[in-house]
Design a protein around this ligand. Structure first.
Ligand SMILES: Cc1ncc(COP(=O)(O)O)c(C=O)c1O
Length: 373
């Protein structure tokens, strides 16, 4: 006998999940090179979509990765002792003031899972990094988005958005997707006014690319303020594929965050590669120099094409193509160039382009000229 079940399995799942999950838009990653090669039958494809380091990883990190390959049958050191020691020494902090994560993305999740109660508010700037919104929604927090002013965080507006329900403020500095920076004076004035019990997260994923006027946020954590500073090995160190990022905060905060963190969140290969990369100041210097050169080249090309762009303090540039950015992105894919459309950041006419090697920047400009013709 056949039994006909009378329920709709899709509806059932919707009934089971937490309501705050339903409307979360999954994070849209940059399109992988392999997908574009396959879809368009191309041999050569360049990716300028995810703000990775086009120079690749430091050669020292590659060596360390090779050496560690035969140890992967063992769990990693869950406390990442050697990496933390190395970072502590470099940054002038104590090892117990560092929380490592599977990328900064994970540290952001650890922050919201540790501190955010349902209904509490998180202030962010918009357009801004979407991982903050997802992490807030997962915890059923309330997101308060303050618009950028001249593509830059409006810290005064962010202060005005603070209420007695505000738990967290995220400041991406430089900001993604605009590449803009808030400077020392602006941050100093903000820190004087922000209530002491609000946790301020300075996400400094791109700080190595920024200029001298970059705020010294470590002073606030040393003063005992409720700040968390985020940094990553994904950008200048060229280790995005290994996923290592970290947060710096007072020990009292980290003790709580460590309860939430997954026990083996930074894998063995990532730990040794990060240690080796920290020793490769040559690679960092080269990466900064390449970025500066690429930035000048792209500015000049955009100017000659009459395209507005946002001057950047990071390794990517937001450019206004004055038409549907997603269509231009799709046409560029056919040329073998992957950039990032930013319509999901409410910037429908813009593209976000990672500054890459000179030959790649040139190929991008040639393809853009062809597509915009
Ligand atoms: C502002 C910002 N924060 C954090 C991250 C995530 O970095 P990670 O690779 O360390 O997770 C990114 C990545 O694009 C970013 O743009």
């Amino acid at each position: 006998m056949v039994i006909h079940l009378k329920f709709n399995p899709m509806k059932k799942i919707r009934d089971l999940i937490r309501p705050n999950i339903v409307n979360i838009q999954p994070y849209p990653p940059g399109k992988p090179i392999e997908d574009v090669k396959r879809e368009f039958g191309l041999k050569e494809v360049i990716k300028m979509a995810s703000n990775e380091n086009a120079l690749g990883p430091s050669p020292k990190a590659i060596e360390a990765i090779k050496k560690a390959a035969n140890t992967v049958s063992l769990y990693p050191d869950g406390n990442a002792y050697y990496l933390k020691q190395k970072l502590a020494q470099k940054l002038g902090v104590n090892a117990d003031e560092i929380l490592l994560g599977n990328g900064t993305d994970e540290v952001i999740r650890v922050i919201t899972e540790t501190f955010l109660n349902p209904g509490e508010e998180v202030v962010i700037a918009w357009p801004g990094f979407v991982v903050y919104s997802i992490a807030t929604d997962v915890m059923d927090g309330t997101l308060k988005r303050t618009p950028l002013r001249n593509y830059t965080h409006d810290l005064e507006a962010m202060l005005k958005a603070v209420t007695n329900k505000t738990k967290l403020i995220f400041i991406a500095n430089p900001n993604n997707p605009t590449g803009t920076m808030v400077n020392k004076d602006e941050v100093e004035s903000f820190m004087k006014k922000v209530p002491e019990d609000v946790i301020v997260v300075f996400d400094e994923a791109y700080y190595e690319y920024a200029n001298e006027d970059f705020p010294q946020t470590f002073q606030y954590f040393k003063q005992g303020r409720n700040v968390i500073i985020l940094r990553t090995f994904s950008k200048i160190y060229g280790l995005a594929g290994l996923r290592v990022g970290y947060g710096i905060a007072r020990k009292e905060m980290l003790v709580e965050m460590n309860r939430v963190r997954q026990p083996f969140n930074v894998n063995r290969i990532a730990q040794v590669a990060a240690i080796a990369a920290l020793d490769d100041s040559e690679h960092v210097k080269k990466s900064i120099a390449m970025n500066e050169e690429g930035k000048k080249f792209l500015y000049k090309e955009f100017e000659s094409m009459g395209l507005e762009y946002v001057p950047t303090a990071a390794n990517f540039i937001l450019v206004n193509v004055e038409r549907d950015g997603r269509k231009v992105y799709e046409q560029l894919l056919k040329e073998g160039v992957i950039v990032r459309p930013v319509d999901n950041y409410d910037l429908p006419n813009f593209l976000r382009v990672t500054i890459c090697k000179p030959s790649e920047n040139k190929k991008f400009v040639e393809s853009l000229k062809k597509v915009l013709k």
